[in-house]
Design a protein around this ligand. Structure first.
Ligand SMILES: [Zn+2]
Length: 314
Protein backbone atom coordinates (compact mmCIF):
# COMPACT_ATOMS: atom_id res chain seq x y z
CA UNK A 1 0.00 0.00 0.00
CA UNK A 2 2.86 2.30 0.61
CA UNK A 3 3.76 3.82 -2.68
CA UNK A 4 0.39 5.26 -3.44
CA UNK A 5 -1.25 5.97 -6.73
CA UNK A 6 0.55 8.86 -8.34
CA UNK A 7 0.37 7.37 -11.82
CA UNK A 8 -3.39 7.22 -11.78
CA UNK A 9 -4.08 10.43 -9.98
CA UNK A 10 -6.59 12.64 -11.68
CA UNK A 11 -6.60 16.29 -10.96
CA UNK A 12 -10.11 17.25 -11.61
CA UNK A 13 -12.04 17.43 -8.41
CA UNK A 14 -12.36 20.24 -5.97
CA UNK A 15 -11.12 23.24 -7.80
CA UNK A 16 -10.50 25.89 -5.22
CA UNK A 17 -9.76 29.44 -6.18
CA UNK A 18 -8.23 31.97 -3.87
CA UNK A 19 -10.08 35.23 -3.91
CA UNK A 20 -7.03 37.35 -3.38
CA UNK A 21 -4.02 36.29 -5.22
CA UNK A 22 -3.43 34.12 -8.11
CA UNK A 23 -3.07 30.66 -6.92
CA UNK A 24 -5.29 28.10 -8.45
CA UNK A 25 -5.26 24.87 -6.64
CA UNK A 26 -6.63 21.58 -7.78
CA UNK A 27 -6.44 18.91 -5.16
CA UNK A 28 -7.75 15.43 -5.61
CA UNK A 29 -10.06 14.70 -2.67
CA UNK A 30 -10.53 11.03 -3.36
CA UNK A 31 -6.78 10.41 -3.57
CA UNK A 32 -6.26 12.30 -0.30
CA UNK A 33 -8.83 10.10 1.41
CA UNK A 34 -7.42 6.91 -0.07
CA UNK A 35 -3.83 7.84 0.79
CA UNK A 36 -4.73 8.69 4.38
CA UNK A 37 -6.71 5.51 4.80
CA UNK A 38 -4.00 3.24 3.42
CA UNK A 39 -1.20 4.88 5.42
CA UNK A 40 -3.33 4.71 8.57
CA UNK A 41 -4.02 1.02 8.06
CA UNK A 42 -0.33 0.33 7.54
CA UNK A 43 1.06 2.47 10.39
CA UNK A 44 -1.37 1.25 13.03
CA UNK A 45 -1.11 -2.46 12.43
CA UNK A 46 -0.16 -4.52 15.52
CA UNK A 47 2.71 -6.01 13.53
CA UNK A 48 4.54 -2.66 13.78
CA UNK A 49 4.23 -2.70 17.58
CA UNK A 50 3.92 1.04 17.97
CA UNK A 51 6.85 2.00 15.69
CA UNK A 52 9.00 2.83 18.67
CA UNK A 53 12.34 4.37 17.71
CA UNK A 54 15.25 1.97 17.66
CA UNK A 55 13.05 -1.01 16.77
CA UNK A 56 13.18 -2.99 13.51
CA UNK A 57 9.55 -2.00 12.96
CA UNK A 58 10.48 1.66 13.23
CA UNK A 59 13.20 1.07 10.65
CA UNK A 60 10.71 -0.61 8.34
CA UNK A 61 8.44 2.45 8.53
CA UNK A 62 11.42 4.72 7.94
CA UNK A 63 12.20 2.86 4.72
CA UNK A 64 8.53 2.83 3.65
CA UNK A 65 8.30 6.61 3.98
CA UNK A 66 11.62 7.07 2.18
CA UNK A 67 10.40 4.86 -0.70
CA UNK A 68 7.25 6.94 -0.87
CA UNK A 69 9.13 10.26 -0.91
CA UNK A 70 11.35 8.80 -3.60
CA UNK A 71 8.32 7.74 -5.67
CA UNK A 72 7.03 11.32 -5.44
CA UNK A 73 10.35 12.60 -6.77
CA UNK A 74 11.24 14.56 -3.63
CA UNK A 75 14.91 15.46 -3.40
CA UNK A 76 17.37 14.85 -0.57
CA UNK A 77 17.80 17.96 1.57
CA UNK A 78 21.22 18.84 3.03
CA UNK A 79 22.30 15.24 2.74
CA UNK A 80 23.11 12.69 0.09
CA UNK A 81 19.94 10.74 0.76
CA UNK A 82 16.40 11.08 2.06
CA UNK A 83 17.38 9.59 5.43
CA UNK A 84 18.97 11.87 8.01
CA UNK A 85 20.51 9.37 10.37
CA UNK A 86 21.52 10.09 13.94
CA UNK A 87 22.61 8.06 16.94
CA UNK A 88 20.92 8.24 20.29
CA UNK A 89 24.14 7.18 21.92
CA UNK A 90 27.25 8.50 20.20
CA UNK A 91 29.37 5.78 21.75
CA UNK A 92 27.16 3.07 20.29
CA UNK A 93 26.58 3.37 16.56
CA UNK A 94 24.90 -0.01 16.26
CA UNK A 95 21.47 1.52 16.75
CA UNK A 96 20.75 4.29 14.32
CA UNK A 97 17.56 6.25 13.95
CA UNK A 98 16.59 8.32 10.94
CA UNK A 99 14.31 11.15 10.03
CA UNK A 100 13.01 11.05 6.48
CA UNK A 101 13.44 14.44 4.81
CA UNK A 102 12.62 15.37 1.23
CA UNK A 103 12.04 18.66 -0.53
CA UNK A 104 10.22 20.11 -3.48
CA UNK A 105 12.24 23.01 -4.94
CA UNK A 106 10.47 26.32 -5.35
CA UNK A 107 10.12 27.87 -8.79
CA UNK A 108 10.87 31.50 -7.85
CA UNK A 109 12.22 31.56 -4.31
CA UNK A 110 13.95 28.20 -3.95
CA UNK A 111 16.09 29.47 -1.07
CA UNK A 112 12.98 30.16 1.04
CA UNK A 113 11.56 27.05 2.67
CA UNK A 114 8.26 26.07 4.25
CA UNK A 115 8.65 23.05 6.54
CA UNK A 116 5.76 20.62 6.86
CA UNK A 117 6.37 17.92 9.45
CA UNK A 118 4.96 15.11 11.57
CA UNK A 119 6.54 12.45 13.77
CA UNK A 120 5.91 8.80 12.96
CA UNK A 121 7.35 7.05 16.03
CA UNK A 122 5.24 6.12 19.05
CA UNK A 123 5.89 4.44 22.41
CA UNK A 124 6.97 0.92 23.22
CA UNK A 125 4.82 -2.04 24.16
CA UNK A 126 3.56 -1.75 27.72
CA UNK A 127 5.50 1.47 28.26
CA UNK A 128 3.02 3.22 30.48
CA UNK A 129 1.14 0.57 32.37
CA UNK A 130 3.43 -2.42 31.82
CA UNK A 131 0.67 -4.55 30.49
CA UNK A 132 1.51 -6.40 27.36
CA UNK A 133 -0.56 -4.20 25.14
CA UNK A 134 0.51 -2.60 21.92
CA UNK A 135 0.28 1.15 21.75
CA UNK A 136 -0.71 1.59 18.13
CA UNK A 137 -0.49 5.36 18.25
CA UNK A 138 -3.22 5.82 15.67
CA UNK A 139 -3.98 9.38 16.70
CA UNK A 140 -0.44 9.99 18.06
CA UNK A 141 0.86 10.19 15.45
CA UNK A 142 0.00 7.88 12.63
CA UNK A 143 -2.67 10.49 11.92
CA UNK A 144 -0.32 13.46 11.48
CA UNK A 145 2.06 11.30 9.46
CA UNK A 146 -0.68 10.07 7.12
CA UNK A 147 -1.96 13.60 6.56
CA UNK A 148 1.61 14.81 5.90
CA UNK A 149 2.19 12.05 3.35
CA UNK A 150 -1.13 12.67 1.60
CA UNK A 151 -0.44 16.43 1.47
CA UNK A 152 3.06 15.83 0.11
CA UNK A 153 1.64 13.97 -2.88
CA UNK A 154 -0.92 16.70 -3.56
CA UNK A 155 1.69 19.45 -3.40
CA UNK A 156 3.93 17.53 -5.78
CA UNK A 157 1.03 17.07 -8.19
CA UNK A 158 -0.09 20.71 -7.99
CA UNK A 159 3.40 22.20 -7.67
CA UNK A 160 5.96 23.49 -7.98
CA UNK A 161 5.19 26.45 -5.78
CA UNK A 162 7.19 29.66 -5.65
CA UNK A 163 8.78 28.72 -2.34
CA UNK A 164 10.46 25.41 -1.61
CA UNK A 165 8.74 22.91 0.67
CA UNK A 166 10.61 20.55 2.99
CA UNK A 167 8.66 17.50 4.10
CA UNK A 168 9.95 16.10 7.40
CA UNK A 169 8.85 12.75 8.78
CA UNK A 170 10.47 13.05 12.19
CA UNK A 171 11.57 10.15 14.33
CA UNK A 172 12.17 9.84 18.09
CA UNK A 173 9.72 12.56 19.03
CA UNK A 174 8.37 10.54 21.92
CA UNK A 175 11.88 10.13 23.27
CA UNK A 176 12.16 13.94 23.65
CA UNK A 177 11.89 15.70 20.26
CA UNK A 178 15.21 14.13 19.33
CA UNK A 179 14.76 13.74 15.58
CA UNK A 180 13.57 17.31 15.10
CA UNK A 181 16.41 18.62 17.29
CA UNK A 182 18.89 16.82 15.03
CA UNK A 183 17.25 18.40 11.98
CA UNK A 184 17.20 21.85 13.59
CA UNK A 185 20.94 21.61 14.23
CA UNK A 186 21.67 20.84 10.57
CA UNK A 187 19.65 23.58 8.88
CA UNK A 188 20.16 27.28 8.38
CA UNK A 189 17.17 28.59 10.36
CA UNK A 190 17.20 31.88 8.42
CA UNK A 191 16.12 30.00 5.30
CA UNK A 192 13.05 28.50 6.95
CA UNK A 193 10.14 30.92 6.58
CA UNK A 194 7.63 28.85 8.58
CA UNK A 195 7.07 25.43 10.07
CA UNK A 196 3.75 23.62 10.28
CA UNK A 197 3.81 20.44 12.34
CA UNK A 198 0.92 17.98 12.34
CA UNK A 199 -0.15 16.05 15.42
CA UNK A 200 -3.14 14.05 16.58
CA UNK A 201 -5.48 14.82 13.71
CA UNK A 202 -7.44 11.57 13.79
CA UNK A 203 -9.73 12.04 16.78
CA UNK A 204 -11.88 15.17 16.32
CA UNK A 205 -11.91 16.23 19.94
CA UNK A 206 -12.78 19.84 19.11
CA UNK A 207 -15.53 19.00 16.62
CA UNK A 208 -15.77 18.55 12.88
CA UNK A 209 -12.95 20.20 10.91
CA UNK A 210 -11.83 22.00 14.03
CA UNK A 211 -8.19 22.42 15.04
CA UNK A 212 -5.95 24.25 17.43
CA UNK A 213 -2.62 25.92 16.60
CA UNK A 214 -0.15 25.60 19.47
CA UNK A 215 1.60 28.79 20.54
CA UNK A 216 -0.94 30.69 18.48
CA UNK A 217 0.23 34.14 19.61
CA UNK A 218 3.97 33.43 19.53
CA UNK A 219 4.19 34.52 15.90
CA UNK A 220 1.61 35.71 13.39
CA UNK A 221 1.43 32.42 11.53
CA UNK A 222 -1.98 32.02 13.12
CA UNK A 223 -3.21 35.22 11.46
CA UNK A 224 -1.96 34.03 8.11
CA UNK A 225 -3.64 30.64 8.33
CA UNK A 226 -6.77 32.18 9.81
CA UNK A 227 -7.31 34.41 6.77
CA UNK A 228 -8.14 31.43 4.62
CA UNK A 229 -9.67 29.24 7.30
CA UNK A 230 -13.26 30.02 6.51
CA UNK A 231 -12.83 29.38 2.81
CA UNK A 232 -10.96 26.20 3.74
CA UNK A 233 -13.85 25.12 6.02
CA UNK A 234 -11.48 24.90 8.98
CA UNK A 235 -12.44 26.18 12.41
CA UNK A 236 -9.74 27.26 14.84
CA UNK A 237 -10.27 26.67 18.52
CA UNK A 238 -8.56 28.69 21.18
CA UNK A 239 -5.31 27.15 22.33
CA UNK A 240 -5.40 24.95 25.40
CA UNK A 241 -2.54 23.83 27.56
CA UNK A 242 1.23 23.81 27.19
CA UNK A 243 1.38 21.90 23.97
CA UNK A 244 3.61 24.33 22.07
CA UNK A 245 6.68 22.94 23.80
CA UNK A 246 5.63 19.33 23.54
CA UNK A 247 6.04 18.54 19.87
CA UNK A 248 8.62 18.87 17.12
CA UNK A 249 7.69 22.43 16.20
CA UNK A 250 9.48 23.45 19.37
CA UNK A 251 12.88 22.26 18.10
CA UNK A 252 12.51 24.68 15.19
CA UNK A 253 10.95 27.47 17.26
CA UNK A 254 14.01 27.47 19.52
CA UNK A 255 16.01 28.52 16.42
CA UNK A 256 13.68 31.46 15.79
CA UNK A 257 11.53 29.79 13.16
CA UNK A 258 7.79 30.49 13.39
CA UNK A 259 6.94 26.82 13.82
CA UNK A 260 3.69 25.65 15.36
CA UNK A 261 1.66 22.47 15.59
CA UNK A 262 -1.83 21.96 14.20
CA UNK A 263 -3.80 19.49 16.36
CA UNK A 264 -7.37 18.19 16.31
CA UNK A 265 -7.04 16.69 19.79
CA UNK A 266 -4.71 16.89 22.76
CA UNK A 267 -3.56 15.00 25.83
CA UNK A 268 -7.07 15.20 27.32
CA UNK A 269 -8.22 12.80 24.65
CA UNK A 270 -9.10 9.65 26.64
CA UNK A 271 -6.83 7.28 24.69
CA UNK A 272 -3.81 9.59 24.61
CA UNK A 273 -0.75 7.36 25.26
CA UNK A 274 -2.98 4.39 25.99
CA UNK A 275 -3.31 1.10 24.17
CA UNK A 276 -6.80 2.10 23.01
CA UNK A 277 -5.35 4.72 20.63
CA UNK A 278 -6.45 2.60 17.71
CA UNK A 279 -7.48 2.94 14.10
CA UNK A 280 -11.17 2.26 14.75
CA UNK A 281 -11.49 5.49 16.72
CA UNK A 282 -10.11 7.61 13.91
CA UNK A 283 -12.31 9.76 11.69
CA UNK A 284 -10.64 9.39 8.32
CA UNK A 285 -13.05 11.58 6.30
CA UNK A 286 -12.45 14.37 8.81
CA UNK A 287 -8.69 13.89 8.43
CA UNK A 288 -9.05 14.19 4.66
CA UNK A 289 -11.04 17.40 5.08
CA UNK A 290 -8.33 18.75 7.39
CA UNK A 291 -5.63 17.82 4.86
CA UNK A 292 -7.45 19.73 2.13
CA UNK A 293 -8.01 22.68 4.41
CA UNK A 294 -4.38 22.80 5.47
CA UNK A 295 -3.23 22.81 1.84
CA UNK A 296 -5.59 25.66 1.15
CA UNK A 297 -4.58 27.70 4.20
CA UNK A 298 -0.89 27.33 3.25
CA UNK A 299 -1.27 28.96 -0.15
CA UNK A 300 0.00 32.37 0.88
CA UNK A 301 3.09 30.79 2.43
CA UNK A 302 3.74 28.67 -0.63
CA UNK A 303 3.27 31.44 -3.19
CA UNK A 304 5.52 33.80 -1.26
CA UNK A 305 2.87 36.42 -0.52
CA UNK A 306 2.77 35.74 3.24
CA UNK A 307 5.72 35.69 5.64
CA UNK A 308 5.14 35.25 9.36
CA UNK A 309 7.11 37.16 11.95
CA UNK A 310 10.01 35.33 13.54
CA UNK A 311 9.27 33.65 16.81
CA UNK A 312 10.46 34.47 20.29
CA UNK A 313 10.83 31.58 22.65
CA UNK A 314 11.45 32.44 26.25
ZN1 LIG B 1 2.82 11.02 22.04
Amino acid sequence: MRTGHIAVAFLFSCLLLTQRASAQLAVDSSTILEDIRSWMEYLTTDRLRGRVEGSPQNQEVTRAIADYFSSLGLKPYLDSGLLHTFYRDNTDTSISTSNVIGWLPGSEKPEEFIVLSAHFDHVQVGYYNKTDKIYNGANDNASGTSVLLAIAKQLVLTGPYKRSIVFCAFNAEEAGLIGSADFADKINPEQIVAGINLEMLGYPQYGRQAVMLTGMYNSDLYKILRKRAEAASIRFRRERGDLFERSDNYSLAKKGIPAHTIMASDDREPCYHHPCDELKRMNIPNMAALAKGIIYMMQGLLDGSETPTRIRVQ
